[in-house]
Design a protein. Structure first.
Length: 128
């Protein structure tokens, strides 16, 4: 199934991302919202065509720095996780337009975000 472009594992009680998923190199949208995932593997960078990544409602405390290698990423959802800061490598994501951070431990925005262009900053980046 290397041709698969969209995949949702939403509400499946997953505790980790299946290794086989990281071989779906044509994937453009991945939804793993509302599971029990505590760590995103660095190998997520293999999904280089990924445009949308939905990680909300898990048990994440951080994002891997390899997220900065997802050059096509336009939208990322980390709502309702224990993440307290965004990795600085996120500034490499030139296509990123939407970051959803409500319900995280993030209390202030990193300065590098001011140089990025977003669709609507008031809706895109919201706090608790």
């Amino acid at each position: 199934m290397p041709w698969l472009e969209s995949l949702s594992f939403e509400h499946n009680q997953l505790i980790k991302i299946p290794k086989s998923l990281l071989n779906l190199i044509s994937l453009r949208s991945l939804n793993i919202n509302n599971n029990k995932i505590a760590k995103i593997p660095n190998k997520i960078a293999k999904l280089r065509h990924l445009e949308c990544l939905y990680l909300g409602g898990n048990q994440l405390s951080k994002l891997p720095s390899s997220i900065g290698k997802l050059a096509e990423l336009q939208e990322i959802d980390i709502i309702d996780n224990n993440i307290s800061e965004l990795p600085c490598k996120i500034k490499k994501l030139k296509r990123l337009r939407d970051i959803y951070i409500r319900g995280t431990g993030i209390t202030s925005l990193p300065s590098f975000l001011s140089t990025m262009q977003f669709n609507d900053l008031t809706k895109t980046i919201s706090f608790k």
